[in-house]
Design a protein around this ligand. Structure first.
Ligand code: RFL
Ligand code: PHB
Length: 389
């Protein structure tokens, strides 16, 4: 088998890259370790920047998003029992769209299938070969047989635990990391959201986030210990703790019901540099991780892919390798800004086990500054809606 760009991973990064390249007439094959149903069962991101929405429109995958997505012109930040609305529209002229990652993935998979493009699911033992030379190859096993794909380039879009970054020779990669001493316990429930906009709450008991997937489906998160077990969190305990961390008005509007999904996610900041090794390019979570507090992970995968698709178009169209050479530096410039914002939002709103009373007052002072200063709110808003790319 042969293709122009072999894509490892069918998450949002791999699928969006495949769609953009397909539109430009560049052939791709996607290799995915899991089954299609497994990929579609992962509940992750919920907030799309306008730039991500525009990219989905560019590849013609925005009909359901525009019909079902919720456009949010603001969100709230809570601290102790106070709540401050960040008016995104007024501060930046922009908004965000609440539309689940699962739905983005489903729409991109359907478009790929309709275009007759190849995705190999349940590809085991994916291995990358020869990307430091002129003829890279990817091999995998499926149904007891070994398969091989020859290609011009490999795009490593296989997430944080994927094989692509791990294939780079030791010593060629620099990594930067912070692991936070807590996780997020998230639940999905078919109950109306407690507020029509998201609420990020920094309470003495720990962080809480009120989000949603639709007007009838809520997504809530609470900060929990990094080592905690979901089994220790029956629904009743979750709802009680959530209410305790919200201001009284928000708490009074929480409608409870049985959870349909419940999981704990660790929080981490991570960046690998550079993002290119010969003919291998890393994009999305394979290259970087942000804690979910700023809603940046999926959006950052989209901006990486925007730069990478542009570079492949220039290579195949104009025969110039300049944009491929510039990819790593261009993508990293935006990645570090999103890392800073996600780290800042996380630091502002969570309880840290080693925090003293001074540290807590610093968080409060930061919140009061946001209340008092339009400039501070604008800085928050312009990062939340997404920096330009
Ligand atoms: P993905 O989605 O992890 O996809 C990678 C794919 O590669 C496959 N794979 C392999 N395939 C072949 N061979 C191998 N050896 C492979 N190893 C892995 C995997 O099965 C998978 O299908 O990475 P991608 O495409 O870079 O997309 C990144 C996003 O998924 C991620 O950044 C976001 O989900 C982060 N995130 C959020 N981002 C936002 O922009 N807004 C949000 O509101 C938001 N909320 C969140 C989040 C992530 C969360 N968790 C669980 C980490 C909330 C949570 C709780
Ligand atoms: C979500 O709805 O899953 C969500 C929303 C905002 C975040 C993180 C997750 O910052």
């Amino acid at each position: 088998m042969r293709t122009q760009v072999a894509i490892v991973g069918s998450g949002p990064a791999g699928l969006l890259l495949g769609a953009l390249l397909g539109k430009a007439g560049i052939d791709t094959v996607i290799l995915e370790r899991k089954s299609k149903d497994y990929v579609l069962s992962r509940i992750r991101a919920g907030v799309l920047e306008q730039g991500t929405v525009d990219m989905l429109a560019e590849v013609g995958v925005d009909a359901r998003l525009h019909a079902e997505g919720l456009v949010h012109e603001g969100f709230a930040v809570g601290f102790a029992n106070r709540r401050l609305r960040i008016d995104l529209k007024d501060l930046t002229g922009k908004a965000v769209t609440v539309y689940g990652q699962t739905e983005v993935t489903r729409d991109l998979m359907a478009a790929r299938e309709a275009a007759g493009l190849t995705t190999v699911y349940e590809a085991d033992h994916v291995a990358l070969h020869g990307f430091d030379g002129a003829s890279p190859r990817v091999t995998w096993t499926k149904d007891g047989r070994t398969h091989e794909l020859a290609c011009d380039f490999i795009a490593g879009c296989d997430g944080f635990h994927g094989v692509s970054r791990a294939s780079v020779p030791v010593g060629k990669l620099r990594t930067f990391e912070r692991v936070y001493p807590f996780g997020w316990l998230g639940i999905l429930a078919d109950v109306p959201p407690c507020s029509h906009e998201l609420i990020y709450a920094g309470h003495d008991r720990g962080f809480a986030l009120c989000s949603m997937r639709s007007k009838t489906r809520s997504r809530y998160y609470i900060q929990c210990g990094a080592e905690e077990d979901v089994a220790a969190w029956p629904d009743g305990r979750f709802w009680e703790e959530l209410r305790a961390r919200l201001d009284p008005e928000a708490a009074s509007h929480v409608v409870t019901g049985p959870s349909i999904e419940k999981s704990i996610a660790p929080l981490r900041s991570f960046v690998a540099e550079p993002l290119r090794f010969g003919r291998l390019f890393l994009a999305g979570d394979a290259a970087h991780i942000v804690p979910p507090t700023g809603a940046k992970g999926l959006n950052l995968a989209a901006s990486d892919v925007h730069y990478l698709a542009e570079a492949f178009r220039e290579h195949y169209g104009a025969g110039s390798g300049d944009a491929l050479d510039a990819y790593s530096a261009r993508a990293l410039a935006r990645i570090w800004k999103a890392e800073r914002f996600s780290w800042w939002m996380t630091s502002l709103l969570h309880r840290f086990s080693d925090q003293n009373t001074f540290d807590r007052r610093m968080q409060e002072a930061e919140f009061i500054y946001l209340e008092d200063s339009r400039a501070a709110r604008t800085a928050l808003a312009e990062n939340y809606v997404g920096l330009p790319f």
